[in-house]
Design a protein around this ligand. Structure first.
Ligand code: 3NM
Length: 216
């Protein structure tokens, strides 16, 4: 895959913002995100038709702007929408299964924070891994203890060449640590979705990516 599309990876569900998710996504796109993941999880998350409807709306915004659209966890939804990609956790549907069921063009990302998980991701044919939490986060209810950017440095030192995005508690102040450790990109929810100025928040992150040579 083209790893540059992961550089500013924005994730959001309806409960990650007090504004209209469509508006926040539009602002984030104007600010320069490089891909988007629809993650409808946690307290008050939409289900069924409502979830599907919001997913479609957000996908349309992405498509109108040439931004790749990923779905979190829900393979049925990803297939229905012909999403550009799907992201799964270690306890979700296995990457091998997805690879059997999804079109070859659908990108598959998996959360992997240990070397073993990262090696399995490679063997199973994942296109990238998400490693975290980098820092303390209050967005994910069941988030683990932070592993820190050092974990990405360790994975690189162990020869991991698969694209890696760091996730969890990343903001404009700490993002550079994640990039310096060898991440291809940063994945953020609240730094953009909860900002009073999502477009500005995105541009601020973009600037840090540029300063660290992720300027494509
Ligand atoms: N996954 P924020 S941390 C969705 O560690 C998610 O795998 C994580 O939200 C992991 O940018 C996390 O607001 C939450 O901290 C990211």
């Amino acid at each position: 895959m083209n790893r540059h599309i992961l550089s500013l990876y924005f994730i959001m569900g309806s409960n990650n913002t007090n504004e209209s998710p469509v508006h926040v996504l539009q602002q984030a796109i104007e600010g320069g995100i490089t891909c988007f993941q629809f993650r409808e999880k946690g307290h008050g998350a939409l289900v069924g038709k409502e979830k599907q409807q919001l997913a479609r709306e957000l996908q349309q915004v992405c498509q109108a702007n040439g931004v790749p659209f990923f779905v979190n966890d829900d393979l049925k939804l990803a297939l229905e929408l012909e999403a550009d990609g799907i992201h799964v956790g270690q306890d979700d549907i296995p990457v091998r299964e997805i690879k059997k069921l999804a079109p070859a063009s659908m990108l598959v990302g998996v959360s992997a924070k240990t070397l073993e998980e990262a090696k399995s991701a490679v063997e199973d044919g994942a296109d990238y891994i998400g490693t975290g939490p980098m820092f303390i986060t209050s967005t994910k209810e069941d988030a683990d203890v932070p592993v820190g950017p050092e974990r990405i440095r360790f994975l690189r030192e162990e020869g991991m060449t698969l694209p890696i995005v760091g996730i969890g508690g990343i903001d404009e102040k700490n993002a550079h640590h994640v990039l310096e450790a060898g991440a291809d990109g940063i994945a953020v929810i609240s730094a953009i979705s909860m900002s009073r100025h999502p477009k500005q928040a995105t541009s601020d992150l973009k600037k840090i990516l540029m300063e660290n040579g992720r300027n494509e």
